[in-house]
Structure formats: C-alpha cells, structure tokens
Design a protein around this ligand. Structure first.
Ligand code: 4AD
Ligand code: MG
Length: 463
C-alpha cells in the first residue's frame, strides 16, 4: 500500500520518490513557489508539497494548480526531502500534480480556519475533515481497540449481546420500541394486537447488554460486551445521547471491591494508552480545546481514586447546600452539579461513590444488610460527573424476586435471568463505562455530540 502521510513524516527524508494522496487544507502561491498542504487523515499533521517556480510554471501544472482549493482531493508526486521549516520533519518537493475531485470554493463549507462546533454539527458528514474531528475520530478508534486489548490481556471473552430485546435491563422504561406494525392502521383500528407484530410481543432496542452478558458470565467467568445501547429519555444535555456505546464487563465470583479495582485499572489503562499513542492529537486538544488536559490526564493515569459512600457524599454536599440549584438530601439522585462539586472541589480527581439508596438504583443490584442501600459503585470524574455505573449483582433468588416485584416489574419476563440464580448462582459484579463519556474525558471535548460520528438525541437523527 502507498505510505500514508503519517508514515512519510515518520521516516528519514532522503529524496525518496513518493506519491501523496489526500485532501488540500491550504494553498499558497508566491512568485518563487506554490505550497499545497495535504492532509490524508492518518495524523493531525499535513504534508507540505512545494512546487518551485520552474515546476509551478509548467503549463499543465499551472493549470492544475488553479483547480486546487481547500477540500479538493489531489495526488502529488515528488521527492521526500528534509524540511527547512520549523515544526515539520519532511516535505515533498513536488514534480507532478493531479486534482482527483475539485471542491469549488464558493460552495465548499469548510473554508475558514476555525468553524464553531455548533456549525460543524450541522455538517456532520464533512466535519471529520477538520483538525478537531479528525483527532476525535483517531482517539475514538484507539480507545475502542484499547478496550479490547485491556480485556483480552486479562482473559475476558467478548460476548455479542443482542440489540433487540424484550426485557428492560435497567427497569427504567426509557426504551425505543421496535415494531413492524403499521402504526396508521393500528391507530385507525383503535387497538394493538402484538400477535401480529414481528416478534409476536412488544420488543425494544436494548438499554444495556448487562442481563444477557450475565448469562455468559455464569459460564465463562470473565466476560464483557461492547456495543451500542439506546435510551429514549428526553435528556437534552451535553452528557446524554439517545444512542451511545457502552462497555460492560462482568466477573463471576467477584465482589464490589474487585469491581472497583477493575474499573480503576481499566481507566488507568485507557488514559495511559491515550497519552502514549495519541500524543499528537492530545497536544491539539490541550492547546485548542481544554488547556491543562494532558497534565490532568497524567495525574489520573496511575493515581488512586478517592472513595466515599453515598451517605458520606450527601453529608459533604449538605455542608454546601447553598451552592446548588438542586438541594441535596439523603435519598436524592446525585445531580451532575453535585458530582462535579465532589470531584472538582472536594477530592480534586476521580471519585468512587458506593452504597447508594436502593430506591434510586436498578433492581439487579445486591442489597446491603442495612436494607436501605445496595452494593453499587459509580465512578465520577471532574467536568461532567458519572463515567461508570456498576454494582455487585443480587445473586440470591428470593431477594431478587422480591425486588423485581416491589419495583412493579413483570417477573415473568425475567424468567431466564432468574434461572441464573436458580442454577449454580454465584456472587458476581460488573459495570458499564459509557464510551462517549470516556472520550469526553480523554479529549477534553465538552459536548457528547462531538465525540460520536453521528449523534442521536431528541429531535436529532440526521445523517
Ligand atoms: O449507569 P448506567 O445506566 O448502567 C448500566 O446501564 C448498567 N447496566 C451497567 C452495568 O453495570 N453493566 O450506564 C452506564 C454508563 C454511565 O455511567 C454513563 O457513562 C453511560 O453509561 N451512559 C450514557 N452515556 C451517554 N448517553 C446516555 N444517555 C447515557 N446513559 C448512561
Ligand atoms: Mg448510572
């Protein structure tokens, strides 16, 4: 394969004959030379293609240079030479040029050096060609691979859990329904008969792969799933998507402390990988998006995570009641403002909060002996709060049955999940890391819609 710009910039430039293909970022022409900066997405850096006066003056090259504008795709032939300019190792002394696809300047939207992130959201099909979104895409790719590396190195099996499901994994009811019924006919008939629906009963897009992955946990021991999940909550925030990717490990014969250790090691591994392998992109985020990003990532790359129980966290928040829009009290769901306060002002870094009240957590969490709290663990980080939610699971059949019934959920639809507690039940634990929240954390981007290629949110499903 033809070497990428990243590969070309990584070798010692010694007059190698090469062909570069990519998209033009800028063109500059002076009397003595023409400069075309080409980016091929392999890295943040462009390769500078220099046409000296003699080359640029050749009729076929001069007429081709006229068609070169920002966004055009080109093929440039030349020799790789050390660059006299500071900040780049090599440049291309160009001898040939072809425009493959023009990008007429009066119509191509990405002309300015810096466009607002809001504007770029409206052209999600073109934004990967900007520095910011190219960098996000490369970091996202590296982090996805690191997720698999981390678990594979530790003997976990990757399980593909279903996307269409009949059970509500979080028991919270915020699900998208999947149907082949003709809704207009249903409306005119005045009644729904699910017997005629594709699956013969109501079906939904999954909110979490956890319940399914638990079945394989109870056979393979250490498992994880990593896939898209869907939530139909009407949350129009910078932290919520309707479609997001989640990583969910599950470990048999494990308790809450094992779970916390795994979550911490996982975050350490991901942050260390980003610092090591995405250095150029992180330097960009540090300079343009989130000053201090690299310093703060370095401090979490191997540091300990602070710990608090929910009860301690609320006691801490109650000392500062006045600063919150939503007054904290024991039993309340921690708001993002509370989570930010705890991580930014109280502990100054990642914080693991454990033992939440059972009434604000999902039915599957293991009940503590106090009968008020569950063995839950959320990992909170500065800037946006919750990044991981997890728990030890209720593995005692009668307690789980009672909890499902008390929460008004349909016991029958969880029959197979309950079977796991009937046959060879084990204490086990797991968690979910929101992949886009991780990317917010690692890139310093502030809106979750900017770390997924095509965001889905209420009233937003374009592209
Ligand atoms: O805390 P949650 O709801 O936990 C679960 O789904 C469990 N089944 C996980 C498990 O124990 N296996 O979600 C887990 C994480 C959150 O901490 C957050 O990072 C992310 O998923 N998340 C979202 N990310 C983007 N948009 C949303 N609407 C999200 N909801 C949750
Ligand atoms: Mg949660």
């Amino acid at each position: 394969m033809r070497p990428s710009v990243k590969e070309l910039l990584g070798v010692d430039a010694a007059g190698q004959e090469v062909i570069v293909k990519g998209w033009v970022r800028t063109k500059r022409q002076t009397k003595s030379a023409a400069f075309v900066e080409v980016n091929d997405g392999s890295c943040m850096a462009n390769i500078q293609c220099v046409f000296d006066a003699e080359t640029a003056g050749k009729p076929e090259i001069a007429s081709t240079l006229e068609k070169v504008s920002t966004g055009a795709s080109v093929s440039v032939e030349g020799t790789l030479v050390p660059s006299p300019a500071a900040g780049q190792k090599a440049e291309l002394r160009a001898t040939g040029l072809q425009v493959i696809g023009e990008a007429p300047p009066d119509a191509y939207p990405l002309q300015k050096k810096a466009h607002s992130l809001e504007f770029l959201r409206e052209i999600a099909h073109l934004r990967p060609r900007t520095n910011t979104f190219g960098a996000v895409a490369r970091v996202r790719n590296r982090m996805a691979f690191a997720v698999h590396q981390f678990f594979q190195e530790r003997g976990f099996s990757y399980i593909h859990t279903p996307i269409i499901t009949a059970s509500d994994a979080e028991g919270a009811g915020a699900m998208f329904q999947v149907t082949t019924l003709d809704l207009e006919k249903v409306a005119s008939s005045g009644a729904v008969d699910y017997g005629y629906d594709f699956f013969g009963k109501p079906a939904f897009l999954t909110v979490s792969g956890q319940l399914n992955v638990e079945t394989y946990c109870q056979a393979l021991g250490r498992v994880y799933t990593f896939g898209p999940t869907f939530r139909a909550e009407n949350s129009n925030t910078t932290r919520h998507l309707s479609e997001f990717w989640m990583i969910e490990p599950e470990v048999a014969f494990a308790g809450i402390e094992d779970n916390i250790d795994l979550a911490r090691d996982f975050i350490h591994y991901l942050v260390q990988t980003a610092l090591r392998d995405c250095a150029e992109d992180l330097a960009f985020f540090d300079a343009r998006i989130q000053p201090g990003l690299i310093e703060s990532l370095k401090s979490v790359a191997s540091g300990s995570f602070s710990r608090m129980t929910y009860t301690e966290a609320v006691a801490e928040l109650e000392k500062h009641k006045g600063v919150f829009e939503f007054k904290p009290y024991w039993g309340c769901d921690l708001q993002s403002e509370h989570e930010k306060f705890l991580t930014e002002k109280v502990v100054g870094g990642p914080l693991v909060v454990t033992d939440y009240p059972k009434d604000i957590k999902a039915f599957y969490m293991k009940q503590n002996d106090d009968e008020k709290t569950v063995a839950a663990m959320d990992v909170l980080v500065p800037r946006f709060g919750e990044i991981i939610g997890g728990s030890e699971r209720e593995w005692r059949l009668p307690l789980l049955q009672k909890r499902i019934a008390d929460m008004g959920l349909n016991l029958d639809s969880y029959w197979w999940y309950l079977d796991l507690r009937r046959f060879g039940s084990t204490p086990h634990a797991g968690f979910g890391l929101g992949f886009e929240r991780l990317l917010l954390y690692v890139t310093g981007m502030t809106n979750i819609r900017d770390v997924i290629p095509f965001p889905r949110a209420p009233k937003l499903a374009d592209f």
